[in-house]
Design a protein around this ligand. Structure first.
Ligand code: ITT
Length: 203
């Protein structure tokens, strides 16, 4: 098993990540286990910039290969907002139950075809030799009319996936991981890490 740090303080992300990586050769180490807090400021303009900043900042502290995820939701009717600002949209301490209702109010009377939205996730891996690898995943859907479902986290209760007739908060973790932005990005990252391991950079 190869130790790899995952630089996130979001326990919900970690739960999904652990499940996706469960049959990989990687042993995920959390910042909590290492006793370090995320002191990296996410001030980039893109998911990629923020993911690279988090991964390389924490790799410099841990001196171990480090993964980081930057993700968020783009709502077309709101000009792709909140995007990279998803974690602090409508107030960092505002419960998601309230944020989600506020978003539904912003989209009141907006017809289904104009409620398109997507979750985006960029995962970056900072290797100890300074190399950076990135992978992206996108999950397309619509903003629902009412929040539904208890699974997942964040904006999942208002993210409706037409093909399954349910929100991503109504999906079990395996289904969500199979089709989600994070699942796609992480599986692509695992493939890229495999290629690197075969070249001998990662044991
Ligand atoms: P770390 O930076 O410590 O990883 P964070 O929660 O601050 O944790 P981000 O900066 O990447 O993470 O913000 C992502 C936000 O986007 C997250 O807090 C949710 O509000 C939203 N989000 C991302 N992926 C999501 C998902 O799968 N389901 C629901 N909401 C999601």
């Amino acid at each position: 098993m190869t130790d790899i740090v995952f630089a996130t303080s979001n326990e919900n992300k970690l739960k999904e990540i652990r499940k996706i990586m469960s049959d990989s050769r990687y042993n995920i180490i959390t910042m909590k286990q290492l006793g370090i807090a995320n002191q990296i400021e996410e001030d980039g303009n893109t998911f990629c910039e923020n993911a690279v900043k988090k991964a390389s900042g924490i790799m410099k502290i841990t001196e171990k290969p480090t993964l980081a995820d930057d993700s968020g939701i783009e709502i077309d009717f709101l000009d792709k907002k909140p995007g990279v600002h998803s974690a602090m949209f409508l107030g960092i301490d505002t419960p998601y139950s309230i944020r989600n209702l506020e978003i539904l109010k912003m989209l009141k009377d907006v017809p289904f075809e104009k409620r398109t939205a997507r979750f985006v996730c960029v995962i970056a891996c900072a290797l100890t030799n300074g190399d950076i690898i990135t992978a992206e995943g996108v999950f397309e859907g619509h903003i629902a009319y009412d929040p539904k479902g208890e699974n997942g986290f964040g904006y999942d209760p208002i993210f409706y996936v037409k093909e399954y007739g349910m929100t991503s908060a109504e999906m079990d973790i395996n289904l969500k991981n199979c089709i989600s932005h994070r699942g796609k990005a992480l599986r692509d990252m695992a493939k890229k890490l495999e290629e690197i391991a075969n070249k001998g950079y990662l044991k």
